[in-house]
Design a protein around this ligand. Sequence first.
Ligand SMILES: NC(=O)c1ccc[n+]([C@@H]2O[C@H](COP(=O)([O-])OP(=O)(O)OC[C@H]3O[C@@H](n4cnc5c(N)ncnc54)[C@H](OP(=O)(O)O)[C@@H]3O)[C@@H](O)[C@H]2O)c1
Length: 157
Amino acid sequence: MINIIVACDQNRLIGKNGKLPWNIREDWEYFLKTTQKGTLIMGRHCYNDFEEHAQDRSVITLSRNQKIKFPHALKAGSLKESLSIAKELNQVVWICGGREIYEEALGIADYLYLTEIKAEYSGNVYLPPWEKYFTREISRKSIQTDSAELIFRVLTK
Ligand SMILES: NC(=O)c1ccc[n+]([C@@H]2O[C@H](COP(=O)([O-])OP(=O)(O)OC[C@H]3O[C@@H](n4cnc5c(N)ncnc54)[C@H](OP(=O)(O)O)[C@@H]3O)[C@@H](O)[C@H]2O)c1
């Protein structure tokens, strides 16, 4: 099974200069807990921010640079290659971004785990439109945090 997991603000913003635009404990804990037992696929920028957590998880990092190595992740040169490596690992696959990888994965993923943060932040990386791919909501849970309301949604096709 292939899942996409992402949190965005109300303008679809997801990133700011290589990091998350917000610091919301409940968002981060949900991400870590939800993806705990799977194989995580992420781009090089995401890996750089995530590296300390990659040590005790199964991570595949995408880069087109043939020479680069990631200390705590397997490396793939394309989404297709990362999925075939993940297949060998036989766990649920979590597509963790960033932008280009989400764009490519929207057509092939089974589920979208979308956390909507009901606030506006500043940043420079946006989630591509997903609505035409994921049309059926199968669960939704809303919580109020100190910073904003969060809606944890799971959608399928
Ligand atoms: N809110 C969220 O849920 C969420 C989720 C994910 C990311 N983010 C944020 O988004 C930002 C990172 O996303 P990003 O889009 O800037 O970068 P990214 O996807 O993490 O990394 C981009 C790099 O990954 C490699 N790459 C991407 N697509 C590839 C492909 N199809 N095949 C091979 N390699 C590929 C390339 O590396 P090379 O240049 O080495 O070839 C590319 O330069 C950060 O700010 C992060 O915090 C937020």
